[in-house]
Design a protein around this ligand. Structure first.
Ligand SMILES: C=CC1=C(C)c2cc3[nH]c(cc4nc(cc5[nH]c(cc1n2)c(C)c5CCC(=O)O)C(CCC(=O)O)=C4C)c(C)c3C=C
Ligand code: FE2
Ligand code: FE2
Length: 345
């Protein structure tokens, strides 16, 4: 650890701490509560992000403020209620992100100059508040880790934007290292394969199809050059090969469509429905693109997709949890963080 030489400091110069390295884990965000006001605040911050909705504000804001922010908070709030972590009165996304940061701090104990923290892109704790806290604690270098295995402008880039926006206001900026995607990282593929294998062993039936369902993005974002689709496809292929499955048995699909545009295909909901209608009786779905379980996995897949599969004639449906704060999941995050710390510790 290096520290600043302050012996010559003139009277009145503020005391400064320095010499530590911060690691900031950042996930998407989550509402503070399931009530209308909390939901509206969260959705407003999310859906006014130009990296998420790329339409011109002239076109988007009348729809957002006139319709979406009046109707969606109530509807989505009910969905959040179904998957709320009642013990901690928060969403599981927050519970897991905090736990990942705590476990990461423990795993990096051999590096005493490293301090680990966590933040959310939307809602609390904000990226600005945690970058400031790390800097105030003496971190003059920060590894910023957007918790997305696949890069998308709507997720990774907006986390980076937000961090640099805060740096704009700082006199003494920390050096910031942004962590790249890790969609084809060996440890990640291995962790996903282990979780599939282990979960299948707990079932007394064998799936006819395994679906790797990723969050979608509008097709237009892909056409503008976003690498997300290709990275999801590669993660899917590597996982399938690792599991030794044929293309016939394993599919990559895209979920969570929002708005009227065409999104990446095949759509998870339509695929699940069609498989059941075509006579497939047993399927398993996993969400490799989500580091932690959240509304999109627990409600949209484990609840809604399961329901739709059964309604359409399917018999057995299983959802494999995300890696969350499991041993395998933490090994992946630690591997990436240690690589990014090289040269700084
Ligand atoms: C145009 C809108 C959206 C884009 C593009 C988008 C991309 C995207 N999102 C995730 C991960 C998550 N999204 C989550 C919730 C969520 N996503 C959108 C819209 C877009 N996402 C909305 C409006 C919401 C809120 C819920 C709803 O109103 O339907 C979540 C869950 C958060 C939680 O608290 O549980 C995650 C995680 C990715 C990875 C991605 C692009 C790659
Ligand atoms: Fe989303
Ligand atoms: Fe959704």
């Amino acid at each position: 650890m290096t520290t600043v030489d302050t012996a010559h400091r003139p009277a009145g110069h503020p005391p400064v701490k320095s010499g530590k390295v911060g690691v900031l884990l950042v996930n998407l965000g989550t509402p503070d509560g399931t009530d209308y006001t909390s939901m509206r605040r969260y959705l407003k911050e999310f859906l006014t992000d130009k990296r998420v909705i790329e339409w011109s504000p002239w076109k988007w804001y009348p729809i957002l403020f006139g319709i979406v922010l009046n109707t969606r908070p109530g509807k989505v709030g009910k969905a959040y209620e179904l998957i709320w972590n009642k013990d901690k009165n928060e969403s599981y996304l927050r519970t897991y992100t905090r736990s990942q940061a705590e476990l990461m701090a423990d795993r990096l104990k051999d590096l005493p100059s490293v301090q680990v923290d966590w933040a959310m892109r939307y809602g609390t704790p904000s990226i600005a508040s945690r970058i400031q806290a790390l800097k105030d604690d003496g971190c003059d270098r920060i590894v910023l880790f957007p918790l997305y295995p696949q890069y998308a402008a709507a997720t990774t880039a907006t986390v980076n934007d937000k961090a640099f926006q805060h740096l704009l206001k700082m006199r003494w900026q920390p050096a910031l290292r942004t962590v790249p995607d890790y969609h084809d990282e060996e440890t990640y593929i291995e962790a996903l394969a282990n979780s599939v294998t282990r979960h299948l062993q707990t079932l007394d039936w064998e799936p006819e199809k395994i679906l790797a369902s990723f969050h979608g993005i509008p097709m237009s974002y892909f056409q503008k050059g976003d690498p997300y689709y290709c990275q999801c496809q590669k993660t899917g292929r590597l996982l399938r090969e690792r599991l030794g499955l044929s293309e016939d048995k394993f599919m990559v699909t895209f979920q969570s469509r929002f708005g009227p545009e065409e999104w990446l295909q095949p759509y998870t909901d339509k695929t699940v429905e069609k498989l059941a209608q075509d006579g497939v009786k047993k399927i398993v779905v996993l969400n490799p693109g989500f580091v932690s379980d959240c509304l999109e996995t627990l409600e949209e897949i484990a609840e809604q997709a399961a329901h739709s599969f059964h309604e359409n004639g399917g018999e057995k449906f299983a959802h494999i949890p995300c890696l969350n704060d499991s041993e395998d999941g933490m090994r992946v995050l630690e591997k990436v963080v240690r690589r990014e710390l090289l040269g700084w510790v």
